[in-house]
Design a protein around this ligand. Structure first.
Ligand code: NAX
Ligand code: ADP
Ligand code: K
Length: 505
């Protein structure tokens, strides 16, 4: 699903009005109906509901929503926040229509007009929508502050009043902090950015049938991965497949005290469909790995505690792993930053020609030795969390600047970057960013990143296109986390649970 900017959303509305064609007022009615369908599924018509409307089309939506909810016998009170002398045409139409069915419209011009809001009430916020052009001030600001202080449940129409849909807000902007946002047709970029969490709440997209042709043709770097889109990426298995069909992965993982990371990534790799798996761990991890992951072959490193890439000659290993023997290589979980391990990276990276997966301390070593970035095989997948990404690049002032840095980095180094977190962002060398739709805060626990490395390495080994591997792998990893959260709640989730919950159908 595409994420469009405000100008494009406005153009999409106009395109729909002209090409469907549909009168603007009827389009507003369709939007209000879609909101109301969602609302009646979530709130019974016994809860007192206050609707705050601005004077633009978001306010017009609010008035239409009020009328439709009154028809459904919701106890509604309507407040029009009069911040300006002029209303939009469709606001005025809906105002007239609403006045035919209720006397209950109040006008908020001064602070004393703002009603008290109690805890058992619902507030519908239709003050300002995507037409926001400046920070909330005066009576708009006071109303927003009152709503934010109130103990009620708040639902924003389209977008929280005061929140910019596609650019940063100022630190002292006053913005509605809703429990829910019900948005029209497509998500806004603001919804997937960490700093906006409290200004979005739980968000839902409702379909209002805006014109598909415009959406199909619209240019945007931003996408939101939906379940059916991820599922389309999944390779079907041939009835006559054999284990050679699904590639041979090599994981270079673990150090003394972090062999668990090696085990987690290895298990996840096997649970993600790889044909064969070899894991190289320091000698101290040999017995652990052979016991915990019997399906994997294990190459002990020559070093007792850290990876050096030099084989353990005592174990009959004559050669360092030759990258050409493997269909994909994953490096990083638990490896630490020993100088011998850096030397291993320096040896191996220039020899690898196929895309590889780079995570954790391998990323940190790259940050400190940026010349290595130039040597990465094109389309390699880097999986930093925000701190690791900052070390690779620079500090950012806001989430939008972070996205610019992310896209620039992926383009410049011709790599795929999975910037992890809620709505993990997969940036491609072509400049696109795919935000993931699965996952939950239960995944914020040690080892889940190691699991992701195993998943992605398995997909590359099976011959997935690297961008598709990243989008699909991140989606499946988050979905596994969602399954665990559903079964046992998010709080007690472990990385091992996530591995067990991986499914590929
Ligand atoms: N155009 C359409 O066909 C549709 C529009 N829809 C609704 O329309 C909304 C966008 O409508 P508008 O473009 O009228 O935008 P708004 O409803 O956000 O209002 C914009 C108006 O408020 C003023 N304004 C902006 N920031 C302000 C501030 N901080 N304080 C006071 N006034 C401010 C602007 O100058 C403009 O006059 C969407 O969010 C959505 O709710 C939906 O009905 C779907 C269809
Ligand atoms: N709030 C969240 N919502 C969704 N996914 C999350 C959230 N917090 C963390 N995750 C996911 O959990 C994983 C954590 O990875 P990482 O930070 O590398 O952990 P570790 O290094 O302990 O393995 C990433 O895939 C990330 O996207
Ligand atoms: K709003």
């Amino acid at each position: 699903m595409k994420i469009l900017n405000v100008d494009q959303i406005r153009a999409l509305d106009q395109y729909t009005i002209q090409k469907e064609p549909i009168a603007p007022l009827n389009l507003m009615e369709r939007a209000a109906l879609a909101f109301v369908d969602w609302f009646v599924d979530h709130f019974p018509n016994t809860i007192p509901t206050k609707i705050f409307c601005g004077l633009g089309n978001n306010g017009g939506d609010g008035l239409a929503i009020a009328r439709l909810l009154l028809e459904r016998e919701y106890p509604i009170e309507v407040y029009v926040v009069r911040y300006a002398p002029r209303e939009s045409d469709d606001f005025m139409h809906n105002h007239r229509r609403l006045k035919l069915v209720t006397e209950q419209i109040s006008y908020v011009e001064y602070s004393r007009d703002i009603p008290a809001i109690r805890h058992n009430e619902v507030v519908i916020d239709a003050i300002l929508g995507s037409g926001l052009s400046r920070p909330a001030e005066g009576i708009v600001k006071s109303t927003i502050e009152t709503i934010n202080r109130a103990p009620a449940t708040v639902v924003s129409v389209d977008i929280a009043s005061g929140l910019n849909a596609d650019k940063p807000n100022d630190a002292n902007d006053v913005i509605i902090e809703p429990d829910y946002t019900v948005t029209f047709q497509l998500p806004k970029l603001a919804f997937v950015l960490p700093k906006n969490g409290r200004y979005v709440g739980e968000w839902h997209v409702v379909d209002i049938n805006l014109h598909k042709r415009y959406i199909d043709q619209a240019n945007t770097p931003y996408f939101f991965t939906q379940p059916h889109e991820a599922r389309l990426l999944l390779h079907k298995r041939d009835r006559f497949a054999h284990k050679g069909t699904f590639g041979h992965a090599l994981l270079l993982v673990g150090s003394y005290g972090k062999i668990g990371a090696a085990v987690l990534s290895a298990k996840a790799c096997l649970r993600s469909g790889v044909g064969l798996l070899t894991v190289q761990v320091p000698r101290c991890g040999y017995a652990v790995l052979q016991t915990a992951v019997p399906e994997a072959m294990c190459r002990p490193d020559g070093h007792q505690n850290v990876l050096t890439g030099v084989p353990d000659h005592g174990a009959g290993e004559a050669h360092s792993p030759s990258p050409a023997d493997y269909s994909a290589i994953g490096i990083g979980p638990g490896i630490g930053k020993a100088s011998e391990t850096l030397a291993m990276l320096r040896d191996i990276i220039p020899l690898v020609t196929k895309p590889m997966v780079i995570d954790a301390d391998a990323l940190n070593l790259l940050s400190e030795n940026q010349d290595l970035l130039e040597k990465l095989p094109p389309n390699s997948i880097l999986t930093p969390h925000p701190k690791e990404f900052e070390r690779l690049t620079q500090k950012w002032d806001n989430d939008y600047q972070k996205l610019d840095i992310l896209r620039e980095f992926a383009k410049k180094h011709r790599v795929i970057v999975v910037l992890k977190g809620a709505y993990s962002a997969v940036a491609t060398p072509g400049g696109e960013v795919h935000f993931n739709s699965t996952g939950n805060p239960g995944l914020s626990t040690g080892g889940t990143g190691d699991v992701l490395t195993g998943v992605l390495t398995a997909l590359l080994a099976q011959g997935y296109d690297p961008v598709e591997a990243a989008v699909l792998g991140v989606f499946a990893h988050g979905l596994a986390g969602d399954r665990v959260a559903e079964q046992r709640g998010p709080i007690g989730m472990t990385a091992s649970d996530v591995i067990d919950a991986l499914r590929w159908d």
